[in-house]
Design a protein around this ligand. Structure first.
Ligand code: BGC
Length: 452
């Protein structure tokens, strides 16, 4: 049973529902397998304290381990140090946080919850319902967060009338990065449609350049796939699949088409296609070994950290057919309430995260855009401005990333990602086969219990 210390301050001790118990049981199961392995892979704490002994310290769990990601952590840790609070770093390697989310669960179960954690997506509603998270209303209300934030971000960090996480930045997933020097040398322009993409890819291939960088890692394949689904017919259909988990939508011809596109893009990818971390695929783009790359804009943070410049060395376009849309993932830090002894330092961190200078400095290195609806646009490069314009159009133009936890819970996401990956690596698997499997996943996990 979870320590009583974790009972929610405002709500008092929580009533444990059957749902909560089922969830905890699956934690335990995960934990038995993953706890020791995950902890062994963790990157040791990096103190970032100011002069003298810091007054307080916060342990922060996250999965930011690449060069660009480390620089963004340094912005946060450095700013916190100026307040005499030490950021004790617990970075769990693994793109998209696959390891981190499991290690985090095991830490909480062991009664060793960190004071803060990267906890993206709808999952923190569940954690908040369990009474584990510190409510940040004492910072958010006087700070005017509701007015400052994009409505989508406000509703994401807001659970049952309380703010339960501090939002850092908004990543765009439907980016087509391209190597500017290679494109200029070959006289190519960024493709806006799929026929244009095919023509550009053909020319690149003839010139001996791999057209599209890609890893075969499951989450990276699924990240590409969700952009293709968005390209098919926009956010409404995308939501019927990944938010509503409507089984009938998975049988639709648009799904067949997106799957076929995913498979046909393989011809433009490196051969043999290897499973490699996303910074390695980004490196291929930077070196000009590959000319294009579809990835969340943390890849831009990486390119900048390596000394490349936007619109000189690389540029961003939208994945063909998605220029009007924003496939988003919002990074957030949630705080564990614990015994409330860290509350002043946790609230200070939340306040800093939402301050204009930190929003601007952090997002410039992370590659994301600020969560403020009216940020300082003069600090943004062309990629960030395109992202901001698309996101500002409002929810009808926004699509929550499945792979990056914005659309469905962990169980549904993992099952869908695994099936898409199977289809991608096994050319013998037919579209109708995988569509049947996806519909059956949707049927079994759909909260609405919708049937075909
Ligand atoms: C996170 C980013 C992170 C990326 C790569 C995404 O899920 O939102 O902050 O940089 O994964 O690990």
């Amino acid at each position: 049973m979870i320590d009583k210390r974790y009972a929610n301050k405002r709500g008092g001790a929580k009533t444990w529902s059957a749902g909560s118990c089922k969830w905890l049981v699956s934690w335990v199961a995960n934990c038995l397998f993953i706890c020791s392995a995950g902890m062994a892979g963790a990157v040791a704490a990096t103190p970032a304290a100011g002069a003298g002994q810091p007054a307080a310290s916060l342990q922060v769990v996250h999965w930011w381990t690449s060069a660009g990601e480390r620089k963004s952590v340094d912005v946060l840790a450095g700013r916190l140090a100026e307040e005499n609070i030490q950021w004790r770093d617990l970075a769990i390697p693994g793109g998209a946080g696959l390891g981190a989310s499991k290690v985090l669960k095991s830490m909480v179960l062991a009664g060793k919850a960190p004071e803060a954690t990267q906890l993206n997506g709808i999952v923190f509603g569940e954690w908040a319902d369990l009474g584990l998270l510190l409510e940040l209303d004492d910072v958010a209300t006087p700070g005017g967060w509701q007015k400052l934030l994009f409505p989508t971000v406000w509703s994401l960090v807001h659970n049952r009338g309380h703010v339960v996480a501090a939002p850092l930045g908004i990543h765009r997933i439907n980016n087509l990065f391209y190597n500017k020097k290679v494109f200029d040398r070959l006289g190519l322009a960024a493709p806006r449609t799929w026929p244009e993409f095919e023509r550009v890819a053909e020319k690149l291939k003839q010139a001996g350049v791999t057209p599209l960088a890609q890893s075969s890692e499951a989450w990276q394949v699924a990240t590409l796939f969700e952009t293709l689904v968005l390209a098919e017919s926009g956010p409404a259909y995308y939501r019927s699949l990944f938010v509503d988990l409507n089984p009938a939508a998975f049988g639709d011809a648009r799904m067949t088409h997106a799957l076929k596109r995913l498979r046909s893009l393989k011809q433009w990818m490196p051969q043999p296609l290897r499973e490699r971390p996303w910074p390695e695929a980004t490196r291929q783009l930077a070196d000009g070994d590959a000319a294009m790359f579809v990835m969340g804009d943390w890849a831009k943070g990486e390119l900048l950290a390596w000394g490349l410049n936007t619109d000189q060395d690389f540029s961003c376009a939208a994945v063909p057919g998605t220029a009007d849309y924003h496939l988003y993932s919002v990074d957030t830090l949630a705080m564990f309430a614990g015994d409330y002894s860290h509350q002043p330092a946790q609230e200070k961190l939340a306040q800093l995260i939402m301050s204009q200078p930190v929003q601007s400095a952090y997002n410039q290195v992370k590659g994301a855009i600020p969560v403020w609806r009216a940020p300082d646009l003069s600090k943004m490069d062309s990629c960030a401005r395109a992202s901001w314009s698309a996101f500002s159009k409002g929810s009808a133009f926004q699509a929550p990333s499945l792979v990056h936890r914005m659309a469905a819970d962990e169980t549904a996401k993992d099952a869908i990602v695994a099936e898409v990956h199977r289809y991608f690596v096994d050319d013998k698997m037919s579209e109708s086969d995988i569509q049947r499997r996806l519909a059956s996943i949707a049927r079994s996990v759909s909260k609405t219990g919708k049937q075909e």
